[in-house]
Design a protein around this ligand. Structure first.
Ligand SMILES: NC(=O)C1=CN([C@@H]2O[C@H](COP(=O)(O)OP(=O)(O)OC[C@H]3O[C@@H](n4cnc5c(N)ncnc54)[C@H](OP(=O)(O)O)[C@@H]3O)[C@@H](O)[C@H]2O)C=CC1
Ligand SMILES: CC(=O)[C@@H](O)[C@H](O)COP(=O)(O)O
Ligand SMILES: [Mn+2]
Length: 390
């Protein structure tokens, strides 16, 4: 299988390449893309020898081109900008696209992969939050196959019935949430949280943005929206439960009273290898969980006062796709402001609430309208950051 790995320098990208290199007879890394880390992408080019590479940042792409030439790797064609990244997703020499770009920046390449009818190993959950119906319709129209990489959705995918009716007998699904680094912290002290504390996830090693999302539990909110689109479920059929150990990733509840749960170590190579090998199971480099050593599996209800972002996500989901796009944009702005030291941790949710209070845009009907909604919501959220941060 010929792969394009978009977001190759990041946490998911690195795990994907780790799985690929374990199966050289099975996977060929044809194309790799990132944002601006040209040195990271250069190292990947040396190790995997793709045919094509792309960087969203034009200057970084020029640096990469120069260095590849200096090292005798000029046959690796380098493209630049959002279009350059999206072009890799549609490359005729690629069978499967791993969408591991962070944030709404991944939408254009996700849609390009859809239009080209690729197998999409979907990590970029923001694609489904910004333009869920558009993305799913585009995939269906062009025969793109979506295999979820996000651990919970990958777990649901594994637990759903096989055969023609993919949801036969399914009553509800349950996504587990670790609760993040502040699940036991006194809520009155959340104002003082530092970025380094917020990105210190108790169980998973991930990029900074998703780590903050886990700390606010917006990550689970985005995942509820993601699940509704992927599995065609109404919001009331998607539950969230806190599970501190992050060993059970999701459960599919059936009408006969059974739950099917997927259990695995908190290492993304497990769901990534499932998506890469599907429908076969291939080695991921991760051992089975030692159940006796794990000892216990705890489940608790979510305290919505501690995690207001989860409520905001359900609110946006019930309002419609336009509101979900606003939710995502405002969250990205608020998280950036927090990581830059311009916004307190406990003010991330109020910024998003403010953005959602503005007039709700209609659902995005194409990439341009999604971009316009995103840009407008970012302006509103930036204004809210300035006001709320004062
Ligand atoms: N990490 C995890 O365990 C999980 C992640 N996900 C999802 O996967 C996605 C990636 O997350 P994660 O790997 O943690 O993030 P990272 O921050 O670790 O990596 C992000 C990647 O995106 C690239 N990137 C950033 N901006 C652009 C752009 N404009 N164009 C192209 N590439 C860009 C980065 O390149 P550069 O290095 O140059 O900045 C980097 O390769 C997110 O949507 C996240 O929600 C889902 C489930 C689990
Ligand atoms: C690994 C993965 O899929 C993340 O989305 C993970 O779920 C984050 O952990 P939280 O449960 O804390 O959000
Ligand atoms: Mn997840």
């Amino acid at each position: 299988m010929r792969l394009a790995v978009l977001g190759a320098t990041g946490s998911i990208g690195t795990s994907t390449l780790d799985v690929a290199i374990r199966h050289p007879e099975r996977f060929e890394v044809r194309a790799v893309a990132a944002g601006r880390d040209w040195e990271g992408l250069l190292r990947i080019c040396r190790a995997h020898r793709p045919s094509r590479a792309a960087l969203a940042d034009e200057q970084a792409a020029a640096q990469l081109r120069d260095r590849l030439q200096a090292e005798g790797l000029e046959h690796i064609e380098v493209s630049a900008g959002e279009e350059g990244v999206a072009a890799l997703a549609a490359d005729a020499d690629v069978d499967a696209v791993v969408t591991a770009v962070v944030g709404a920046a991944g939408l254009a390449s996700s849609l390009a992969a859809c239009r080209a009818g690729k197998r999409i190993l979907l990590a970029n959950k923001e694609t489904l939050v910004v333009a869920g119906a558009l993305f799913m319709e585009t995939a269906q129209r062009h025969g793109a196959q979506i295999v979820p990489v996000d651990s919970e959705h990958n777990a649901v995918f594994q637990g759903l019935p096989t055969g023609t009716d993919a949801t036969a007998g399914v009553e509800r699904i349950v996504l587990t949430a670790s609760g993040g680094p502040f699940r036991d912290r006194d809520p009155d002290t959340l104002a003082a949280v530092t970025p380094e504390e917020a990105v210190a996830h108790p169980n998973w090693s991930m990029g900074r943005k998703i780590s903050v999302d886990s700390a606010t539990m917006m990550n689970k909110g985005l995942e509820v929206i993601e699940a509704c689109h992927l599995f065609d479920l109404e919001p009331q059929r998607v539950d969230v439960v806190i599970h501190r150990q992050s060993l059970v990733h999701a459960l599919v509840g059936y009408r006969d009273g059974s739950y099917l749960a997927q259990v695995g170590s908190p290492d993304m190579r497990v769901p990534i290898s499932y998506a890469m090998g599907y429908p076969e199971r291939i080695a991921s480099g991760v051992d089975l969980v030692d159940l006796a050593a794990a000892g216990r599996l705890d489940f608790e209800a979510v305290d919505e006062r501690r995690f207001p972002c989860l409520r905001l996500a359900y609110q946006a989901l019930r309002t419609g796709d336009g509101a979900c796009a606003v939710l995502n944009a405002a969250n990205e702005i608020a998280v950036d402001a927090f990581l830059d030291g311009r916004l307190r941790f406990d003010r991330i949710a109020p910024v998003i609430e403010d953005a959602l209070a503005a007039e709700t845009p209609p659902p995005p009907k194409d990439l341009d309208s999604a971009r316009a909604i995103d840009a407008q919501a970012r302006r509103v959220a930036e204004e809210a950051v300035r006001r709320i941060a004062d």
